[in-house]
Design a protein around this ligand. Structure first.
Ligand SMILES: [Zn+2]
Length: 399
């Protein structure tokens, strides 16, 4: 009972699946694009649904019919939450090992189902915080830690690699050519959904606390680009050389209310900004999410076109963009961002500020290009920060 390829659903199954997916999108419209991104893989006789880290949802359609459209819709929302909230990637950061996969899966299920049940969704046999004697409204990481302080937990769940849990026997191999949502696509879907979640909250629609926190963390930039970019203009660049500017990093992003946008005329002179974004294989989806969030904020602060160079070990053609939606990201190879930084220095007009967004696993130039400032934003806490004349290094968290 292993799926070997993503065969299309039989017509009657496709109709039922389509009805359940549509129902799910009506139940929680802010999750519509996530639900519609799931790729169904039929697994007759499987007995339930599961999801892999590539957004493939393994479905037993006989079981779905037994559940009915409403409950199947709720299950699809459950699976969408696993991949949307990157439970696979977060498991890594939470220190999940093969011995604690199951505990992490339970923690994720409790966090998701708590929100779905509060919205009155009819999940079949849900694992809830109360099932595990946990307080409602908690985060996955908190539940995971709390469960770890206990003796064995008898409740059993198996949601698949997309939940950060054990890989399911039915899952396709990681290296299959079958349809998948890759990290770059996932980043785009997550940002879209995070905006929808925020918009829903503004309209007074109830959103589960876990999802609301997730969206806020994803969309909140961590670097204070407003002051950083302003300071890079109209003052001798050597003032920035080799100095750290702690005020450029926001102290508390959770508590941070977005400061006022500068009015379009508030820069006496706009800096010419180039952004090199690391798209090498080592960049996790969360690192890419963080990079794109910072890039979005740079675009908003400047209200002008900037040049973006997506870079792994080969610089790609620079793109002039004004809005994030115009950005095309490619990459996936090894990392040498010096190539992209050199390509930025060749631009005309030459950039006054070159921003590099990276996980930091790259060789760095020994100094910033002549007459410019190099702002190195290193995402995550593992790679070393670069040092050198004209280089300003800032470390930010993976969301
Ligand atoms: Zn689950």
């Amino acid at each position: 009972m292993k799926a070997t390829r993503t065969v299309p659903l039989a017509p009657a199954d496709a109709e039922f699946f389509g009805a359940a997916r549509l129902r799910a999108a009506r139940m929680q419209p802010y999750l519509a694009s996530a639900v519609f991104s799931l790729i169904p893989v039929p697994v007759p006789g499987y007995g339930t649904f599961g999801v892999d880290r590539w957004w493939r949802v393994y479905v037993d359609m006989d079981q779905a019919r037994a559940w009915g459209v409403e409950a199947t819709a709720a299950v699809l929302l459950h699976e969408a939450n696993h991949v949307l909230r990157d439970h696979h990637g977060r498991a890594d950061r939470a220190g999940v090992t093969s011995a604690s996969h199951h505990r992490w899966n339970l923690a994720g299920d409790a966090a998701i189902n708590d929100g779905l049940l509060a919205d009155g969704l009819p999940l079949p046999d849900p694992v809830l915080p109360s099932t595990l004697a946990l307080d409602p409204g908690g985060l996955e990481e908190t539940y995971f830690r709390q469960l770890g302080e206990r003796a064995a937990v008898s409740t059993s769940v198996e949601c698949g690699s997309g939940s950060g849990g054990e890989r399911l026997p039915v899952e396709l191999d990681d290296d299959t050519d079958e349809p998948a949502v890759d990290d770059v696509d996932a980043t785009a879907i997550r940002r879209g959904v995070a905006h929808e979640v925020t918009a829903a909250q503004v309209q007074g629609i109830r959103v589960s606390p876990g999802l609301a926190l997730w969206a806020k963390a994803l969309l909140t930039p961590q670097v204070s680009w407003r002051s950083l970019l302003r300071s890079a203009v109209g003052r001798p660049l050597r003032a920035a050389y080799g100095r750290r500017h702690p005020t450029w990093q926001r102290p508390d992003r959770r508590g941070d209310s977005r400061p006022d946008f500068p009015s379009p005329g508030s820069y006496r002179e706009r800096p010419e900004v180039a952004v090199v974004i690391d798209t090498s294989a080592s960049m996790s989806t969360r690192a890419l999410d963080a990079a794109v969030t910072e890039l979005d904020d740079i675009l908003r602060r400047l209200s002008a076109e900037i040049t973006v160079i997506a870079c792994d070990q080969h610089a790609v053609t620079p793109q002039r963009i004004r809005r994030l939606g115009q950005l095309e990201l490619t990459g996936g190879g090894g990392t040498d961002l010096r190539v992209g930084i050199a390509a930025a220095a060749e631009l005309r007009p030459a950039p006054t500020v070159t921003v590099v967004l990276t996980d930091g696993w790259t060789p760095w130039p020994v100094a910033a290009p002549a007459r410019s400032c190099l702002v190195a934003v290193v995402i995550g806490d593992r790679a070393p920060l670069p040092v050198g004349p004209g280089i300003v290094a800032i470390r930010i968290d993976e969301p």
